[in-house]
Structure formats: structure tokens, C-alpha cells
Design a protein around this ligand. Structure first.
Ligand code: DX5
Ligand code: ZN
Length: 220
């Protein structure tokens, strides 16, 4: 059985001057999780935020924080993000996958992200160490990029191994792309520009959810 659909708007596309306002509004609009993108200017060519902002978000959020750390040294930083309030903390396979153990030990659910060009095969040996797989459907670093359908076969592969945990897809998810991702076996959908760039966040989240649920139902 695939776990339930969750919609995780990415705060990267929120108004950083009014984060508390946007968190409350997107929660009211139906968000299940809040996706928080941490970028270090080294693993990815952009810089965003760190533990103090995650801590501040944790004070105002009522939904779980889904923190995606695009950093070269997750082992060094994992515990700080968990203490700051990350519910799920996702590091990258291309960095230090041994961070998965650090994340669980610190008390959060451990996620592992794979970039579009990264082979999925090595994940098989790590499968018992992760609570969530995150498949990147754009090159990480920026919101608003186009969805890469060629990554979907990785999701099918991991489901074919019998993985029944969460599989999140991140990058270019919108009403037009969410269905194919759900049909492949993803159940957690990050959407930044599609939600925050729309006129009606609640309607967009509802459309994403309904489209994903319809495709997942056919799958299982
Ligand atoms: C990209 C980030 C994404 C980004 C998605 O590196 O990991 O979470 O915010 O943005 P959209 O949904 O606009 O592609
Ligand atoms: Zn992300």
C-alpha cells in the first residue's frame, strides 16, 4: 500500500518578509506539510536559510516541517535542524548519506534525496535507514523550473523493491505534472511556484490532491 497523499508547499516561493503570514495562510489553504529548502551556496548555487529561521518557523507552524537540506556537510548540521524543529529532515545521497543515522538518532524522520542525474541503484542498500525518499525532478537550487519526467522511472523502481514509505517528488510539480508523479508511485508532492504563484492557494492545493489521489487509487 502506498501511504496517503500529502501536499507540501515549498516556502521558497513564499514572501520571506511575511513568512508567518504565508505559513498561516497556506496551512488554512490545506497544506499537509511545509517544505523548507536549505541551500548552502556550495552543494547548490544558491543560498537560503539556516537553523534560526527553521526554529522561528517551528514557533508559528501547526503543520510538520519537511526540511530539505541541500548542503555538502549534512552530518555536521543535521542535529541542529532537528533541534530547530524539523519533523522530516532530508539530506542528499550525493553528499553524506551517513547523515541518515544522525537524523534518526536526533529524533526526526530521515529522508534521502537524489538528484535527477543520480543513479537510484545505491539507494537499495540504504533502504532500511530511510523513512522517506525524495526524488528531485529539477536540478536543485531554484524554484520555478520545468518538471523532468525522465526521473519518474526511479520512483517506479523503488516501489518495485517493495518500499512502502513516503516517496516525495520535488521540482516543477503543478496540476499538469502531479498525476504522472502519482501514477509512478510518489505520494508527497512539493509545490512552490504552482501554489504561491496561483491566485487561489486552496483551489490549487485541492486540485493537486484530487489529481494525485485519483492516480494513486488506480495504481494500488
Ligand atoms: C529546488 C527546491 C524545491 C523548489 C520547488 O531546489 O528543492 O523545493 O522550491 O519549487 P517549484 O515547485 O517552483 O519547482
Ligand atoms: Zn526542496
Amino acid at each position: 500500500m502506498t501511504p496517503p497523499v500529502k501536499i507540501a508547499p515549498s516556502l521558497l516561493s513564499a514572501d520571506f518578509v511575511n513568512l508567518a503570514r504565508d505559513v498561516a495562510a497556506v496551512e488554512r489553504a490545506g497544506a499537509d506539510w511545509l517544505h523548507v529548502d536549505v541551500m548552502d551556496g556550495h552543494f547548490v548555487p544558491n543560498l537560503t536559510l539556516g537553523p534560526p529561521i527553521v526554529k522561528a518557523l517551528h514557533k508559528v507552524a501547526t503543520k510538520p516541517l519537511d526540511v530539505h537540506i541541500m548542503v555538502s556537510n549534512p552530518v555536521e548540521f543535521a542535529e541542529r535542524y532537528v533541534k530547530a524543529g524539523a519533523h522530516v529532515l532530508t539530506c542528499h545521497l550525493e553528499t553524506e548519506p551517513e547523515a541518515l543515522g544522525v537524523i534518526r538518532k536526533a529524533g526526526a524522520r530521515a529522508g534521502l534525496a537524489v538528484n535527477p542525474e543520480t543513479d537510484i541503484a545505491p539507494v537499495r542498500d540504504l533502504i532500511d535507514e530511510l523513512d522517506m525518499l525524495l526524488v528531485m525532478s529539477v536540478h536543485p537550487g531554484f524554484g520555478g523550473q520545468s518538471f523532468m519526467p525522465e526521473v519518474l522511472s526511479k520512483i517506479e523502481t523503488v516501489r518495485s523493491w517493495g518500499f512502502e514509505g513516503d516517496i516525495e517528488i520535488d521540482g516543477g510539480i503543478a496540476p499538469a505534472t502531479v498525476g504522472d508523479a502519482a501514477a509512478a508511485g510518489a505520494n508527497v508532492f512539493v509545490a512552490g511556484s504552482a501554489v504561491f504563484g496561483s491566485d487561489d492557494w486552496a483551489a490549487t492545493i485541492a486540485t493537486l490532491r484530487e489529481t494525485a489521489e485519483a492516480k494513486l487509487a488506480v495504481r494500488s
